[in-house]
Design a protein around this ligand. Structure first.
Ligand code: ACO
Length: 334
């Protein structure tokens, strides 16, 4: 039986640090509110003159490839999770392929928001198990800052998001690496967390740029309270599903990396599972919620900090727009 394993991880975040105090200067908010409600102290925003989703992803990918000991030209499939692709179309996967100087290999975009990286990981796992691909680059990258309403009207949403990219290289393995993945969605809640425009469901006459007087559809709309309530339930369900599928209990988890949505959500899951601090990885304090980027960025930092060792059981879990939610249980292999 062939399994897939994560052979290397990498990440890249933009240079510009946006503090809570900076946000307090441009909208009616304050450091105390943001820290207490979200746990976030700062986040990174891109410099539009320099950074794109694809070039941040390329930096993260090169780091992951180097750590995996894989040359870029040996990558045979790119899976790119993002809801903020550089263009409306094509997706950013082909732009990453171009940045890495690769020709003709397939590149696929996955648009499942905060769950996108686990959806991409699961897809890579299937392609490796069937023997179709051998070096799959799985990326999660986002530029959220350009779609935020950075005024007081948007403060309930704008303060939580940040920009960044993470990447992982998946390879075949005789030892179990990715033990299981579980994916879910519930489209009844699509409009509770979404960016409406430029949506093709808008009538033609409303799609002319000069006709668009109300541009709020281009900004992130989030019913934060409702998202929060669903998130805490679905996170727990999908983690339990992963443990049950592998005949494991919470005691078998060496490290849990929840999608970095809100520190209160991570703390709730930690408390419900009864996990000690050292078994839950959080970096939302520094980067905010980077949507599809959050899990691979956290994996890469956790690995750098020596928190992922051979045979450690790593649990990933996410919830986000769609609604979508997902988990992965991984036997970490060095
Ligand atoms: N600064 C100061 N006050 C604020 C701010 C702010 N930035 N934002 C909201 N407030 C005020 C509100 O106006 C409200 O005031 P009121 O009581 O006088 O009416 C009060 O604070 C409470 O507002 P809530 O919206 O109820 O705040 P809440 O505690 O729910 O926190 C938050 C909002 C942080 C967004 C939270 O709901 C959350 O984290 N939700 C989940 C986000 C998430 O998980 N998203 C999924 C992933 S993202 C993706 O998929 C793209």
């Amino acid at each position: 039986m062939t399994y897939s394993k994560i052979a290397g991880v990498g990440h890249h975040v933009p240079e510009t640090v946006i503090t809570n105090d900076y946000l307090s200067g441009i909208m009616d908010t304050n450091n105390e509110w943001i820290v207490e409600r979200t746990g976030i102290h700062e986040r990174r925003f891109i410099d539009p003159a320099r950074d794109t989703v694809a070039n941040m992803a390329a930096k993260a990918s090169r780091m992951a490839l180097e750590r995996a000991g894989v040359k870029a030209e040996d990558v045979d499939f790119i899976l790119f999770a993002t809801i903020t692709s550089d263009y409306y179309f094509p997706g950013s996967g082909v732009l990453l392929q171009r940045e890495l100087g690769l020709e003709s290999i397939p590149a696929m975009d996955i648009k499942n928001a905060c769950s996108g990286f686990i959806y991409a990981l699961s897809t890579a796992d299937q392609f490796i198990k069937t023997g179709m691909y051998k070096n799959v680059l799985v990326v999660g990258a986002e530029i959220q800052s350009t779609a935020l309403d950075l005024t007081t009207r948007g403060r309930g949403t704008a303060v939580i998001f940040g920009d960044g990219a993470g990447a992982a290289v998946l390879q075949p393995s005789e030892q179990p690496g990715v033990l299981s993945t579980h994916l879910h969605s519930d489209g009844r809640f699509a409009e509770e967390l979404y960016v409406k425009d430029p949506g093709s469901s808008r009538p033609h006459e409303e799609r002319q740029p000069e006709q668009i007087l109300d541009t709020s559809g281009f900004k992130v709309h989030m019913n934060g309270n409702l998202v929060f309530k669903h998130a805490v339930v679905r996170f727990m369900e999908v983690i339990k599903e992963a443990l049950d599928a592998n005949d494991m209990t919470r005691d078998d988890i060496d490290l849990l990396i929840p999608h970095q949505a809100n520190l209160r959500i991570s703390n709730y899951i930690q408390q419900k599972l009864g996990l000690p601090d050292e078994k839950v990885y959080n970096n939302i304090m520094r980067y905010g919620n980077t949507t599809a980027g959050s899990i691979p960025i956290a994996m890469s930092e956790a690995w750098e900090e020596g928190k992922l060792k051979n045979n450690d059981r790593l649990c990933l879990a996410a919830f986000g727009s769609g609604f979508t939610w997902a988990s992965a249980l991984i036997n970490w292999q060095e």
